[in-house]
Ligand binder design. Structure first.
Ligand code: DC
Length: 228
């Protein structure tokens, strides 16, 4: 069967990563969570004191951007790829509320996006890849054979993130998460470079009332049609 490129974009906590990961596993494709890459850059900036409150020391971050190496390695326990920042597993750290609340401004920076997009395009050279994010169908892989754009209400998405953090034993309040989801929606949609938007040729999925298995089934159908 021919190998294709699959771009899954959408709002934060819309369940796009779960769908994308499950599909990749089932069809033997590489899965890349591009949001994890922006989160890893954010963690790097936090660890290197490049945040002063809300302000980012962009000058030093730009100087150091070439020193930030992000990779993914399959975790045999979960069967899913973990994110590594300069060879250190940061999968749990990058999902914290602290990183979530700082990642949007980092992802608006042109030099950060350029560096990440370059790495993402390199990873997709051989096709057979499912990548999820905000600008995959519009900027990273505009020629992807299958593009999906996922959305759900902010309340549904906040509830999902809350359950996810709770399951991992991390502390967070639903209200804080909802606020963070809405803030990120605003920044993601209104930033100057590669704002979150549906590519004209992407298929829209509102999964507010769908179960994970229903979404999985739906995505598999889209894949099967795309490779026909
Ligand atoms: O999908 P996520 O919530 O883990 O993404 C984290 C942040 O990274 C989110 O605020 C938007 C940004 N992002 C982006 O700008 N472009 C992408 N391709 C993926 C994520």
């Amino acid at each position: 069967m021919k190998k294709i490129t699959i771009a899954v974009d959408g709002f934060s906590s819309s369940g796009k990563s779960t769908m994308a990961k499950d599909l990749a596993k089932e069809i033997g494709y590489i899965y890349i969570d591009s949001g994890a890459m922006y989160r890893a850059v954010t963690l790097y900036a936090m660890e290197h004191n490049l945040f002063n409150g809300e302000d980012i020391d962009t000058e030093n971050l730009e100087k150091q951007i070439q020193d930030i190496h992000i990779s993914f390695q399959l975790n045999p326990e979960t069967g899913r790829p973990d994110t590594y920042l300069n060879d250190v597993n940061v999968e749990n750290q990058i999902r914290s509320m602290d990183v979530s609340s700082k990642v949007s401004p980092i992802s608006t920076l042109g030099f950060v996006r350029e560096a990440m997009v370059r790495q993402q395009q390199e990873m997709g050279k051989t096709k057979g890849i499912v990548m999820d994010g905000r600008d995959i169908g519009t900027t990273v892989f505009p020629d992807a054979e299958l593009k999906i754009f996922v959305t759900a209400s902010p309340e549904t998405r906040a509830e999902r993130r809350y359950e996810e953090l709770k399951a991992k034993g991390q502390d967070a309040s639903y209200e804080d998460i909802l606020k963070n989801v809405k803030e990120r929606d605003y920044i993601d949609q209104n930033r100057e470079i590669s704002p979150l938007r549906k590519a004209d040729d992407a298929i829209l999925l509102d999964n507010s009332t769908m179960s994970i298995s229903q979404q999985k089934e739906w995505l598999m159908q889209q894949y099967l049609q795309a490779v026909q």
